[in-house]
Design a protein around this ligand. Structure first.
Ligand code: IFM
Length: 443
């Protein structure tokens, strides 16, 4: 099975960036060479991770990075998106950990030598534990600590980085980590979710200012995830409930960045829930960005609820990935079009898209037709958005290889490359081969 795009597709032009993505905690291992982070602590608590696993070894990328760089190069991609483990490059007192910085310099140099563009995310959820011990993202000071980290590391690595993203998916850090409590640090209060989101966004704005100063020639921005909400019916109640859910989960993160304000639902919150917004914060958060990273996987369906305003209806009788997420590529086109019509946008990069599937490795082959179909449908959806005028400049598959899928441990496989965790052997799946064929077929 092949991946293809229409002959005249913008996505087939040579300057459209195709890449693969990973994140530090999910692949690196090498935990003895960095500070403990909130995910180390979370994994050590009973009942948090589906298979009771942790990130101590993961894909052992810390030791196998050279072969992984070769793997990435062999895939024929233009770019690789990775994240930096904050606690690997900084010591607890904020000073530089030279060995950690050297690890990333070598990795980035290895990529550059192979002509692969480097897209680096500063924060993909692995907050150093000592900062969490001081309140983590509930403490405004963490935003300033993040700015200082961004300052130091962008000066250390800036010559090797094409694109910096401040945060990956602040929704997950704040909502899943501090409000729903199913991600590290496992806190669960509505006020915590809203307050941590504000400090994350402030951290983003402060870091953007530093990045624009230190690395004016790189492309600097943020990566947001969107799970567009759809109303189960046309009734006014369900539509209103869905609009509320969209404000709460999606626009909560994009409006501050593009409009310098939170969605109006903030006015209905009790004061104890509202974030602590200091004068000047919203202007900092709205610091212009050079690109918006969009992560998309699925949609959600909502109906009105008498006490909790909205209720999500679990998908039934629809195609699902192994995560139980509905496969609904139309929502991708609609999301991109909606972003385009809501805001005056910088170029968009699809920084994550992909699917977990129940892969089977047989005689070295993973014939993951379902994943190829998912990629095909979602690339078509991006192409359709470009056709109606959305400025999408790149697309990254999530993920380069199977890895630690957070609270689901190693039970879900998102890779274009299969990882045998016992041997650390990598096997390019049929989807990975199809991705390479598509990319290398561009003239
Ligand atoms: O694995 C995650 C990634 O770390 C962030 N975005 C969603 C992916 C799949 O759940």
């Amino acid at each position: 099975m092949k991946l293809s795009l229409p002959e005249n597709s913008r996505m087939l032009e040579k300057d459209f960036t195709f890449g693969v993505a990973t994140a530090s905690f999910q692949i690196e291992g090498g935990i003895d060479h960095r500070q403990p982070c909130i995910w180390d602590t979370f994994c050590a608590k009973s009942g948090t991770i589906a298979d009771k696993s942790d990130g101590s070894v993961a894909c052992n990328h810390f030791n196998l990075w050279q072969q992984d760089v070769q793997l990435i190069a062999d895939m024929g991609v233009d770019a690789y998106r990775l994240s930096i483990a904050w606690g690997r490059v900084l010591n607890e007192d904020g000073s530089k950990n030279s060995a950690g910085v050297e690890f990333y310099r070598n990795l980035l140099r290895g990529l550059k030598t192979k002509n692969i563009k480097t897209f680096v995310t500063l924060y993909h959820w692995d907050l150093p534990q000592h900062l969490e011990d001081n309140g983590g993202w509930l403490n405004r000071q963490t935003a300033y600590a993040f700015r200082d980290y961004a300052d130091l590391i962008s000066r250390e690595l800036g010559d090797l980085v094409d694109s910096w993203a401040t945060l990956n998916e602040p929704f997950c850090s704040s909502y899943l980590g501090y409000e729903a409590g199913i991600h590290a640090p496992g806190k669960g209060q509505q006020s915590y979710g809203r307050k941590s989101a504000h400090h994350l966004l402030l951290a983003h704005g402060l870091a953007m200012q530093v990045l624009q100063k230190n690395c004016p020639d790189s492309m600097n921005g943020i990566v947001l995830n969107f799970t567009p909400g759809y109303s189960v019916s046309d009734s006014a109640e369900d539509m209103q409930a869905t609009a509320y859910a969209n404000d709460y989960f999606n626009w909560w993160y994009s409006r501050p960045i593009f409009e310098g304000k939170y969605p109006d639902i903030i006015d209905s919150f009790d004061d104890s829930i509202k974030p602590d917004i200091e004068s000047g914060d919203m202007e900092i958060i709205a610091t212009p960005i050079d690109f918006l990273g969009v992560n998309f996987y699925t949609r959600a369906v909502y109906k009105a609820h008498p006490t909790s305003i909205f209720e999500e209806i679990p998908p039934s009788d629809v195609p699902l990935t192994d995560m139980g997420w509905e496969i609904y590529p139309q929502a991708f086109t609609q999301l991109l079009s909606e972003l385009h019509s809501r805001y005056s946008l910088p170029p968009i990069y699809i920084t994550e898209n992909g699917a977990a599937m129940p892969d089977q490795l047989t005689a070295g082959v993973v014939n993951d037709l379902g994943r190829i179909q998912y990629y095909q449908d979602h690339m078509n959806a991006v192409n359709a958005a470009i056709d109606v005028g959305v400025n999408v400049q790149g697309y990254f598959g999530w993920s380069l290889m199977d890895n630690f899928e957070w609270a689901l441990g190693y039970t879900k496989r998102f890779g274009l490359v299969y990882v045998d965790y016992d041997t650390q052997q990598r096997y390019v799946k049929e989807s990975g081969k199809a991705y390479t064929k598509l990319i290398t077929s561009r003239s």
